[in-house]
Every structure is written in structure tokens, then in C-alpha cells.
Ligand binder design. Structure first.
Ligand code: COI
Length: 331
């Protein structure tokens, strides 16, 4: 098969090579994301895979379809970059993702950031770098087993997070419209309002779509307990960024750990020489010692990167062989 992969980073190349050694496929690697400017490169290929946070332009579906490509393989979990109505209307029949390339990668990262915020490690380090080695009572901490953690969105990643927190002795509450009894050992299911009102640490792992866009706004942040630590590694669009930053700046939120921001495609994974060019939301967060912002790197482990490449290529192979891909996004 002839496949073109977009959004390729250097760390993926040896996995692609390993696939090629086994399958002798022709695979073209493109570092840019799949956009209306780059879609022409897909002419003559049978399959397309991409890893990106930029939403797909309508022209992309039109062009891919015109090239005879009917399947789009996302090498990521999140499928919010796809407009399914437009994709289907233009003849893209199948979209696949890689839903569980490594839920633990993201869960462990979220736990690390939450513990950093709870134990105020970055705040203490920041003071120490400025020569202040004192311990004011305001920086006294608490221990995780005394805390309640709220998991919003209990799927692959949310449940992996719940499992880690519960292993440390925290009380874990979970909210998800879909109930799965197999997660009961790690959490107690409840409604969203109870999660917001009772949790000391809230971590969100919901897919972004029209029903979840800005599901946490000023009202929801106000319901949270003073001092709540909020972790978002899912998508920036799940929260009203202005309301979240206002809750942090007012001192209502105790800290935020953000691996995603609505404005991220402007600067994440890029070098920005002039800090004045950074988006305003980031500039405000960067002034807050209790905000930890990471560049959409929670997924970034060896296991995750290998599985993203291999599982996405496997689904293209299946589709081209007339089989159903293993991970069809079925909306
Ligand atoms: C995903 O897999 O959905 C992610 O958020 C990570 C990816 C954009 C590299």
C-alpha cells in the first residue's frame, strides 16, 4: 500500500521504518499537518494518517475523496478535528483513531502535575531560585489520601487516572453519561454537580464535541471548592478559558495543570522567539506560580508514540484490504 502520514515528528520515524521492514509499504512522511495547503501531497496515495490539533478544512475532505481516499486514519485519540457531516458529505466514509495508545501515559502525567500542585513543588522551587528558602504556612500541604478526586469523563484515560488516584488512597468520584461497572473498584459514580462540589482535585477526560464544548464555565468553577486543583489534558475547548483563568486569578482555584489550551495550535510544538507573540491566555497563566502549562505532552511516551504509528497503519491496512478498521470512530 502507499500511505502518506502528516504531522510526523522525528520520534515516529523509526516506528514507521519498523513497519516498512515488515510490510514493504511505500510511506511518505510529511512534518506539516493535513490542511488545504498540504492535502495535494496525498495525490496518488491509497491511505492517509495524521497527528495534529488543527481542525481539518472542508477542502481536505473534498480533495482526499477526489484522490480516491475514503478512510482517514487519525494517529491520536481526539477526533474533534473532524467535521463528520462534512467528511461524510464529501465521501470520506470511515474515520479511525487510536483510542488507547496509552491511557497510562496521560494518567501518570496528570497525577504528576496534580501532586506537584498539591505539594506546591513548582511554587517552592520558584521561591528557592529567587533565594527564598523559607516555609510560610500558606505553603503547607496535605496528603493525597485525605483528598477527593473528581474524574469528569470516565473512559480509557479517565478510568486509568481513577485507578492511580485510588491506589494512593484518595476517594475518587466519577462522572460520565456511560456507566461501566468495571470501573467501580476505582471510583464512585455520581452526577457532575457532586463532582464539582466535593472534589479537591478535578481532572477532565471528556471528548470535545458540540455537547461538551465549554461544559465548564463560570457557574461550574464557582461550584468548585475554594482551593480546588483543576487538571485538563483533554481539550482546551472543554472549558471557558476566561472563566477558568478568572477563577485562578481570584484565588478560588488552588492551581491548574493544563496540557491543552484553546489557543494551543498558535504556539504548542513551535519555538516562539518573541514572548509578546504568545496568546493572551497563556501570558496570563505564565504569571501564575500555581499554573503548570505543558505543551500537549501528556501523551508523550515511548509506548504511546509506537502505538500511535503502528495501530494507525494497521487500520489503514485493514481498510484497504476490505476489512473494518479496528478503531472506527462511530458517531
Ligand atoms: C490525542 O491523542 O488526542 C492527543 O491529545 C495527543 C495528540 C494530539 C498528540
Amino acid at each position: 500500500m502507499k500511505v502518506i502520514m502528516y504531522g510526523v515528528s522525528d520520534d515516529e520515524r523509526h516506528h514507521v521504518q519498523a513497519w516498512q521492514d515488515q510490510h514493504q509499504d511505500e510511506i511518505k512522511l510529511v512534518t506539516e499537518p493535513l490542511t488545504k495547503e498540504t492535502v495535494a501531497l496525498a495525490a496518488g496515495f491509497d491511505g492517509v494518517s495524521t497527528k495534529q490539533v488543527e481542525s481539518l478544512d472542508e477542502e481536505v475532505y473534498q480533495q482526499l475523496s477526489a484522490f480516491g481516499i475514503k478512510h482517514l486514519a487519525l494517529r491520536i485519540v481526539g477526533y474533534n478535528i473532524v467535521n463528520f457531516d462534512k467528511a461524510h458529505a464529501h465521501g470520506i466514509t470511515t474515520v479511525s483513531n487510536v483510542p488507547a495508545y496509552s491511557p497510562r501515559a496521560i494518567a501518570e502525567n496528570g497525577l504528576a502535575v496534580a501532586l506537584n500542585l498539591l505539594r506546591k513543588i513548582s511554587v517552592l522551587q520558584d521561591r528557592e531560585r529567587r533565594g527564598d528558602f523559607t516555609l510560610p504556612e500558606s505553603l503547607m500541604s496535605e496528603e493525597i489520601y485525605t483528598k477527593t478526586v473528581g474524574v469528569i469523563g470516565v473512559g480509557n484515560i479517565g478510568s486509568a487516572s481513577a485507578q492511580l488516584y485510588s491506589a494512593l488512597g484518595a476517594r475518587v468520584l466519577g462522572y460520565d453519561p456511560i456507566y461501566r461497572a468495571n470501573y467501580e473498584p476505582y471510583l464512585t459514580y455520581t452526577d457532575l454537580e457532586t463532582v464539582l462540589k466535593e472534589a479537591d482535585i478535578i481532572t477532565i477526560h471528556t471528548p470535545l464535541d458540540d455537547s461538551t464544548r465549554e461544559m465548564l464555565g463560570a457557574k461550574e468553577f464557582a461550584l468548585m471548592k475554594p482551593g480546588t486543583i483543576f487538571i485538563n489534558q483533554a481539550r482546551g475547548g472543554l472549558v471557558d478559558t476566561e472563566a477558568m483563568i478568572a477563577a485562578l486569578e481570584s484565588g478560588h482555584l488552588g492551581g491548574v495543570g493544563l496540557d491543552v489550551l484553546s489557543s494551543e495550535s498558535e504556539f504548542f510544538w513551535k519555538v516562539i522567539e518573541d514572548p509578546a507573540q504568545l496568546p493572551a491566555d497563556y501570558q496570563r497563566l505564565a504569571k501564575m506560580p500555581n499554573a503548570i502549562v505543558t505543551p500537549h505532552s501528556a501523551y508523550y511516551t515511548q509506548t504511546a508514540v509506537r502505538n500511535m504509528v503502528m495501530q494507525s497503519l494497521e487500520d489503514i491496512r485493514r481498510f484497504l484490504n476490505g476489512q473494518k478498521p479496528l478503531y472506527v470512530v462511530d458517531l
